[in-house]
Write a new protein. Structure first.
Length: 647
């Protein structure tokens, strides 16, 4: 008798929720990676959890949505101890570092052969296991499980139940996560446990894979795509890092996520090393892991803050030519954790290479948006994944705009454009100094900031609104005559002399004017309003909150620089006290519409208590006020062609 093989059901070019989520098979396998990070002579095995439609045990083959998630097996909360940021910035003598000194060639990556290779002793068809809760995994994947997709979750090196050491952003980490795609395509091995060498194959998978996830999870999408691995058809990075230096540093300064000062890559590695949750396992690697961490702390070089070959190794933009997978980027314009710099730079890199790429910029912070009411995110991703993983000709490329930006004036309005930024070219608005002198004294003790309590909001209000204060310089435009959209990267430049041998330079562009503004905070507007699929959990629809009381200002963007890195982010130049130098740096890319009648304000200052180190030293600068320029990618809204993309 001919065997009946179940299959997907299509309606209007979309897969339908005909597969029972609660009947899905849940498995655990151990994929063999090409690396031995813990030095035991054996290739590291990493635990992989799989949820696939039960019908795949009857001959059906399905594509997979894969999440590389170092957070998912618990984290070491008590190990998270940030570096001290209440310290002075170190001055450096003249350096002679060249670009070739800091350039890493990804084609040189290779890994040694294991001293003790494994020999397969048998085969298994399935590896069912009791389902366990996985941290930082949303119910969104159930939407696709019920439509004929498998979901694959992996914590990676150094996580509980896996071998190896976590090495954030490194070629080893990338190669390990890539191995899961190789296994799904039959190019490497997996086993049913860590010891028995019983091999298991992914015969149920078509070999077509998508990767998705937010933050570190999304970063690993980009990392694996940068290898050009066959079988990875598309990635969906949300709030993801494209260059680790840009996450932890900025122009020679230690500058991680705003509000997370003192964080660094060694702290993240410790935080995610959940092998420590298993006392017996941890005891076997404790000394080797301590040495591993010491190496990371030395290589990240917090003292100089310079870009280096080690950071270049973690810059996925340098490997953009190797991308084959299409890209669907999602990022919050209010995300000061992973800043929009990362997605904007990756979008530009993909666009100029002809890689299919879409980008959604929303008004939230460091969040997922599958539950954002009015975004149509799930509809678009359904189209996108059906096209790239099932090969369905549903017009996804044409029906989804290249760029969608949620308006900060109306959260129900999504502006569509063929590219980003929406504004081409720059305008230099006329700036009127709010002070007579260009003298700037960076003295944190002279501000309202209190190191003993968290009053950064008071510090910010004083910085922006104080009429006369030596710790900042303010330059204000006339009221704007019409609604104006700022879209892209603001550039600031000025000439200044410093009385010290180093300095922190900061700048922000601010919108002035009383208004109840949209906030990145969310509220549930329809509990249980999202039925993900067939026998799946329910999700809640959310929206962004409006301020209850008018605020006096809105920070549009910020930028920072170590004054000794005025020529490059990898080499420090000496500062001769009293000598005037040219300074120029970029702010974080942004898209923001300013109402008519509002004014723009450029603020120049030193220490940023929310972002930089907080030195005790007092640093004085003399800025030539007539040299201050801010180049803003801005244009009247009525002159821009912009479609209502999500109406």
């Amino acid at each position: 008798m001919e065997q009946h093989i179940p299959g997907i059901v299509l309606k209007d070019g979309l897969t339908q929720p005909v597969f029972d989520y609660k009947r899905c098979l849940f498995e655990k396998v151990y994929v063999e990676t090409p690396v031995d990070t813990d030095g035991d002579g054996r290739l590291d095995l990493i635990a992989v959890y799989i949820r696939r439609p039960l019908e795949t045990t009857q001959g059906m083959r399905v594509p997979a949505i894969y999440v590389a998630n170092p957070y998912m097996l618990e984290c070491n909360e008590d190990w998270y101890v940030p570096h001290d940021v209440d310290r002075d910035v170190s001055p450096y003598p003249q350096q002679h570092i060249t670009e070739s000194d800091i350039t890493f060639d990804p084609s040189t990556v290779s890994f040694p052969q294991p001293r003790y290779p494994r020999a397969t002793v048998g085969y298994a068809d399935t590896a069912p296991t009791e389902e366990i809760p996985l941290d930082c995994i949303s119910d969104w994947y159930s939407y696709f499980n019920s439509r004929g997709y498998a979901s694959v979750f992996c914590g990676g090196l150094g996580t509980r139940g896996s071998q190896g050491f976590n090495c954030c952003g490194s070629p080893e980490e990338t190669a390990a996560f890539k191995a899961v795609i190789d296994w799904l395509n039959g190019r490497c091995r997996a086993f049913t446990n860590l010891t028995d060498n019983i091999e298991i194959r992914a015969d149920w998978c078509t070999g077509k894979v998508a990767m998705s996830g937010k933050s570190y999870l999304g970063t690993m999408c980009i990392a694996v795509a940068s290898t050009g691995v066959e079988g990875l058809e598309t990635i969906i990075p949300e709030a993801a890092i494209s260059n680790w230096y840009d996450y932890y540093r900025c122009n020679g300064l230690n500058l991680p996520a705003i509000g997370w000062q003192g964080d660094d890559l060694d702290i993240l590695a410790k935080y995610c090393f959940s092998r420590a949750k298993d006392p017996e396992d941890y005891a076997s690697v404790r000394e080797a892991y301590a040495a591993w961490l010491e190496g990371i702390a030395a290589d990240e070089d917090r003292d100089s803050g310079n870009y280096s070959r080690w950071w270049d190794m973690r810059n996925y933009l340098k490997a953009a030519d190797r991308f084959k997978a299409s890209v669907f980027l999602v990022h919050g314009l209010a995300d000061w954790n992973v800043k929009p710099t990362h997605c904007v730079n990756l979008f530009a890199a993909m666009e100029c290479r002809g890689i299919p790429c879409k980008m959604m910029l929303h008004q939230g912070g460091h969040i997922y948006i599958h539950d954002l009411q009015g975004s149509r995110f799930n509809e678009m991703l359904h189209l996108w994944l059906d096209h790239w993983l099932y090969g369905i000709e549903n017009g996804a490329a044409e029906r989804i705009p290249n760029v969608l930006v949620q308006s900060n004036l109306d959260q129900d309005l999504w502006l569509a454009s063929p590219s980003f930024p929406a504004v081409k070219g720059y305008t230099e608005p006329v700036l009127m100094p709010a002070q007579e002198s260009g003298r700037l004294v960076d003295d944190l003790s002279a501000t309202v900031y209190d190191r003993t309590r968290d009053n950064a909001a008071e510090w910010l209000a004083e910085l922006v609104l104080s009429e006369r204060h030596a710790h900042c310089l303010r330059y204000i435009t006339a009221p704007l005559e019409t609604d104006t959209r700022i879209s892209g990267t603001v550039q600031v430049s000025f000439r200044a002399a410093c009385r010290a041998s180093t300095a922190i330079l900061s700048a922000m562009l601010v919108e002035l004017g009383e208004e109840c503004r949209l906030t990145p905070e969310q509220e549930v507007v329809q509990a249980g309003g999202i039925p993900w699929g067939n026998n799946t959990p329910l999700g809640d629809w959310k929206r962004f909150r409006l301020e209850e009381k008018p605020s006096a200002f809105k920070v549009i963007s910020r930028g920072w620089m170590n004054a000794q890195n005025r020529r490059s982010h990898y080499c420090k130049d000496t500062i001769e006290p009293g000598v005037i130098y040219d300074y120029q740096f970029s702010m974080v890319p942004m898209d923001h519409t300013v109402r008519a009648g509002r004014r723009l304000c450029l603020v120049l200052y030193g220490t940023d208590v929310e972002a930089t180190q907080r030195p005790f030293a007092v640093t004085e600068l003399s800025v030539e006020q007539d040299s201050v320029r801010v180049a803003v990618p801005m244009a009247p809204v009525h002159t821009l062609r912009s479609d209502k993309g999500n109406q």
